[in-house]
Design a protein around this ligand. Sequence first.
Ligand code: PBG
Length: 330
Amino acid sequence: MSSFPTVRMRRVRKLPQLRRMVRETSLSSDDFILPLFICHGKGVDKPIGAMPGVAQWSIDKLAEEAPKIVDEKIPAVILFGIPDTKDATGSASWRDDGIIQQALQTLKRRSPELLTMVDLCFCEYTDHGHCGVMHEGMLDNDASLENLAKQAVSLAKAGADVIAPSGMLDGMIRTLRGALDSAGFAELPLLSYAAKYASGFYGPFREAAESTPQFGDRRSHQMDPANANEALREVALDIEEGADMVMVKPAMPYLDIIRQVKDRFGLPTAAYQVSGEYSMMIAAARNGWVDEERVMFESLIGIKRAGADMILTYFARKAAKILNTRGWPY
Ligand code: PBG
């Protein structure tokens, strides 16, 4: 291989047109899934302190914003519900008039072009803040699965386009696939939060979704940040059980996992740039320490480059607006 001075790597970096042509990764609003927090009430647009630019919306506000999200060319949203009542099992999550069921019906009526994904979990719906039924201080896997199936079928009936279970329960995908098939939803896709780590980066989300555990933590079911092989086993099992798409979460500290999952399985792979990743970039930008737009795009292209096909990100609207007007800014 030749080297300097025959080779000068800088030659192709000099002109912006050439940089555009040799760019290996691209980012588009088609890559984004926008997370939304939906609550009861009317006219609610309640900012989340720990996530500047993100708010809880009531359903009328959602109906008002949905056409704008479509205009911004964002293909999909993922909905998180804040119920008006919580109990030990999270039963508000499978009520046919539950908050997300109502939000789905409204979206299907008002903005059918917007793909609706739903986060399937219990932590927002249980009074203890854990992701299912508790038994002697521990999450009861199999009892939680039964309830999860009820929640999935109820959301499917309300019009969900994709079900995304996030609880990291064993047998989650098999149970849901069976329940949805029996209920007549054999063609409804499952996006599994297959490799979800027990992460400190979920901090701001727990304010947004009002889902902080009242005791203990989620380390008995979410993954140890030190493990990579285990993530590959999780993904393999979910594929065997019928997952159509898989997710790695969070994104930035786990780019190696995204790459390995994509290389090994080749399935549509999503990455979740979670609340803490978003909030720390905004906070640093507000302090004048980094340029918000630059770190936003750098973090998103990094996730794409690692192998993600789609990115769940709170930056979706801001990034889409820039990409669809000025184009990729680098
Ligand atoms: C569980 C769920 C969580 C997030 C998405 N789905 C919270 C958790 O596992 O504690 C976190 C997302 C984020 O931090 O942006 N329903």
